[in-house]
Design a protein around this ligand. Structure first.
Ligand SMILES: Nc1nc2c(ncn2[C@@H]2O[C@H](COP(=O)(O)OP(=O)(O)O)[C@@H](O)[C@H]2O)c(=O)[nH]1
Ligand SMILES: [Mg+2]
Length: 446
């Protein structure tokens, strides 16, 4: 996600790196390049204009700090402005005072409503809620069946309705009653979609809205459709007054335009993003983290959170301590690799990492699951002393380890290199990112 935009912006910053100070001239060039990068990423032109104007104002104004290098200054300014465009702060889901809170999922066909309904139900349930789902997409029998299968997979309840209930309003009404009777505090209503906005659908959605008085009307948009997603969000908003946006398929090669424009155009916040087909590929939208991701600083905070979800908390805290004290041994490296396997595909983890310098090289090193098994075997063949201090692993030790693990000396060398790289990388995080963790992120030294 955002790979292209991210790369282009980094090139702009890199060009500024050689400059001694920020001048009207080099700023002009940088702004022009940033503008092109944003437009190529399919960001709405009005949003681009506004963004560039704001960056210019700040960069030329007195807010510029002389203590920072030109590229750091520009990164900081661009980051601040991106965050503003994306919504300044995380926009929490609202809940009704009088449960069940009804959440209406709306959007065009194929945007990801049904999938997101399941993902959101799972997310709610993980966050202490008791959701009930219902599909009122009565036009395609397969649509209701799809949600039923999802509900079964994530093991959460769905109201499927009596055979005679074939009207959206009836289904929704009964589902709400069911939620009340069974103590469910959130009702997720998956609605029908069309390929294009049509009158009949809008009327139906308006009726549902009137009857259910939902606390949230979430517009589900496919990020891959770029500015079309922004346009339909705007149209749905005019008819229905949506309260938030779920942007799906952010894992694809969407250029980022939708994410960067939809908030500004509709005035409504992005609340969640879908980043894959699996039910856990769903994240709360954090403007500051996404801005960092766009700037290639990676998304260290999301990574830590994800890691904390998979790894038990105590272990995560311990790991952070070790990183900060530079006490990260091969034993820890092995533990970490084992945890990584629990986290999911490595590519998705690496995509959250800063996209700078050495890390970029690391990203291109594709580690597959088999390789992890190999690495773990090599570390297993080391003595506890070797694991605690890699410096003592000389040539003869390397040969012994290779033999013991059924690998080659080259593979052992390779592993030690990966380990020292990981250590270096961890160290570079721990100075700023991990040290302050949830505080303001520190910019990496460019
Ligand atoms: N890669 C990816 N695919 C998604 C995501 N969300 C939904 N999809 C896929 O998009 C397709 C349409 O989704 P669906 O929920 O049926 O859309 P609906 O017509 O709006 O209900 C399905 O194949 C989903 O698996 C996502 O975040 N990432
Ligand atoms: Mg559907």
């Amino acid at each position: 996600m955002f790979d292209n935009l991210s790369e282009k912006l980094q090139r702009v910053f890199k060009n500024l790196r050689g400059e001694g100070r920020l001048s009207a001239e080099n700023m002009e060039t940088a702004l022009r390049e940033i503008r092109v990068a944003l437009l190529e990423a399919d960001v709405n032109f009005r949003v681009v204009k506004q963004l560039i104007e704001a960056i210019k104002q700040k960069a030329m104004g007195e807010e510029v700090l002389t203590a920072l290098s030109p590229s750091q200054q520009v990164i900081a300014i661009v980051r601040d402005e991106l965050i503003k465009i994306l919504g300044s702060h995380e926009s929490k889901l609202r809940f009704a005072n009088d449960p069940p809170s009804v959440i209406l999922m709306v959007g065009l066909q194929g945007s990801g409503k049904t999938t997101s309904t399941g993902k959101l139900a799972r997310w709610l349930s993980k966050n202490g809620h008791r959701p009930l789902m219902v599909s009122v997409d009565v036009y395609r029998p397969a649509a209701r069946e799809q949600l039923r299968v999802i509900a079964r997979d994530i093991n959460l309840p769905i109201y499927t309705g009596a055979p005679e209930e074939t009207a959206p309003m009836d289904l929704a009404r009964s589902a709400r009653k069911e939620a009340e009777n069974t103590g469910r505090d959130v009702l997720l209503v998956d609605t029908a979609g069309r390929l294009h906005i049509d009158e009949q659908l809008m009327t139906e959605l308006q009726q549902l809205r009137e009857m259910l008085t939902p606390v949230e009307i979430l517009f589900v948009a496919d990020a891959m459709t770029g500015q079309d997603a922004v346009k339909s969000a705007d149209e749905f908003h005019k008819r229905l007054s949506i309260t938030g946006i779920v942007l799906t398929k952010m894992d694809g090669d969407a250029r980022g335009g939708a994410a960067l424009s939809i908030r500004q155009v509709t005035g409504e916040p992005l609340k969640f993003i879908g980043v894959g087909e699996k039910f856990d590929a769903f994240e709360v939208f954090h403007p500051d983290r996404v801005a960092s991701r766009i700037l290639g600083m990676g998304d260290v905070l999301s990574f830590i959170e994800k890691a904390e979800e998979a790894i038990d908390k105590k272990q995560a805290v311990e790991m952070q301590r070790k990183l900060i004290e530079n006490d990260f041994t091969l034993d820890d490296f092995r533990d970490q690799l084992r945890q990584v396997r629990k986290l999911g595909p490595l590519e998705s983890i690496l995509s959250m990492m800063p996209n700078v310098g050495m890390l970029k090289d690391l990203k291109n090193v594709k580690i597959d699951e088999k390789e992890i098994t190999h690495i773990v075997a090599i570390i297993d063949s080391m003595t506890p002393r070797e694991r605690a201090n890699h410096m003592i692993i000389n040539g003869s030790r390397r040969r012994r380890i290779a033999k013991g693990s059924g690998t080659s000396v080259q593979e052992v060398n390779q592993l030690l290199k990966q380990y020292t790289q990981a250590r270096k990388m961890m160290k570079s995080f721990s100075g700023g990112f991990l040290g302050k963790k949830l505080g303001k992120m520190k910019l990496p030294a460019f």
